[in-house]
Design a protein around this ligand. Structure first.
Ligand code: SF4
Length: 389
């Protein structure tokens, strides 16, 4: 395979051949137009890539032999590799996926009776450093490319083949809620959304594709101009003082500005659509009845246009936070219900497999660092002179 300089969908190394799974339909049509091919080639190739799961051009038998040979030279089909797969007793699956440059990301599949939700990552690590988040503790490493974002769905679909048998397809819902802040990787996330929504891609309905943000206000406004997928806001606190501590980006875009952006976004959606408010409950931090009341007051004008998701905190080593008692969680929920808010209690899934975002990659990092320290110690003591372990 040559390294022809096709720069569309540029990733960490723009000189690499273009990865076709990261091209939305319009870009793929453009790609073929530049090769002197007709636009329907894009339709053919998208079906091969996303519906039939073809991994090479040789198998795309409805393309001419000459075109297949050209594609071999200037393009690739590549997706993240599964490094580990953990399956919870409740059916939740979590994969640690490896990228070309050795980085690792997490992808989680949560099966429910009537749906299968895939939680995907948009960045390696995250710069926003929310105080209760395992991913935030790893810091930011890099943005994912469009192909790496779509590739998670492609890889997960493959791993789930034959696993869920009572629905047409295992993945019915996708949430951009894994590692990273999707709106800080806007230019890669948006084409990925395009591919996930496209019938030639994954055919996910816009109501079933949710982008979750910690509150990058200018990007929410920009998003409102270009798409109408579902939006979730990681709020986690009813006032700026607390939210400044839990979600530090609040210091830049405080709650009032954030909710204004949410209203703008809702203004672009149909009247019947709502925004999801994510609220992770942490014992003694944000789970009092006074805080439930403050949250209800804060969201009063959004009551008919919002759903509140309460998520009891899933502790991880070194997090410094505890999960509230069941009674406190129920009391918080009841208060919001009494105030007229659609309030769901998200049951914690996959606890036995570290399913909280960032935990798996964090553990992997820890193990890798432990191993490196171990090797360094051996070298210090003259046990080994070069890396033989
Ligand atoms: S909660 Fe989301 S935005 Fe905050 S640090 Fe974690 S991944 Fe980043």
């Amino acid at each position: 395979m040559t390294t022809a300089a096709v720069t569309t969908n540029a990733g960490p190394d723009a000189a690499r051949p273009v990865n076709l799974i990261g091209l939305p339909r319009a870009a793929l049509e453009q790609f073929f137009a530049e090769l002197g091919e007709r636009p329907f080639r894009a339709v053919q190739v998208m079906k091969w890539l996303h519906h039939r799961g073809a991994d090479d051009f040789a198998s795309m038998t409805d393309l001419s032999r000459v075109l297949r040979a050209r594609l071999e030279e200037m393009a690739v089909v590549a997706m993240p590799e599964v490094m580990t797969e953990n399956v919870s007793t409740d059916g939740t699956r979590k994969w640690l996926m490896g990228l070309d440059d050795g980085q690792r990301i997490e992808v989680v599949f949560i099966p429910e009776k009537d749906r299968g939700t895939l939680c995907i990552s948009s960045q390696v690590g995250c710069a926003l450093d929310c105080s209760f988040c395992a991913t935030g503790k790893q810091g930011f490493n890099r943005n994912l490319t469009t192909a790496e974002i779509v590739g998670q769905v492609r890889q997960a679909s493959r791993r789930l083949q034959g696993v869920v048998t009572d629905r047409d397809r295992a993945i019915t819902n996708i949430v951009l809620m894994g590692m990273g802040e999707p709106l800080l990787n806007f230019d890669a996330v948006l084409p990925a959304i395009d591919i996930l929504l496209d019938d030639l891609g994954y055919g996910i309905s816009k109501r079933r594709l949710t982008l979750s943000t910690a509150g990058v206000v200018p990007a929410i406004l920009r998003l409102a101009e270009v798409t109408d997928v579902a939006l979730a806001i990681s709020l986690h606190a009813p006032d700026d003082t607390l939210r400044d501590q839990l979600v530090p980006i609040n210091r830049r875009y405080p709650i009032a500005e954030l909710l204004d952006a949410v209203r703008t976004y809702l203004g672009k959606l149909g009247d019947w659509r709502s925004v999801t408010i994510e609220y992770t409950l942490m014992d003694g931090v944000n789970d009092s009845l006074e805080q439930a009341e403050a949250l209800a007051n804060l969201l009063t004008d959004l009551r008919e246009r919002s759903k509140i998701n309460l998520i009891p905190f899933n502790p991880f080593p070194g997090s410094g936070y505890r999960r509230p008692s069941e009674a406190r969680v129920r009391a918080f929920q009841t208060h919001l219900l009494e105030r007229g808010f659609a309030t769901m209690l998200r049951t914690t899934r996959g606890e036995d497999i570290d399913a909280a975002c960032g935990q798996l990659a964090g553990n992997f990092e820890d193990r890798t660092r432990r191993r490196e320290r171990y090797i360094a110690r051996l070298k210090d003591h003259g046990v080994i002179t070069h890396q033989t372990v």
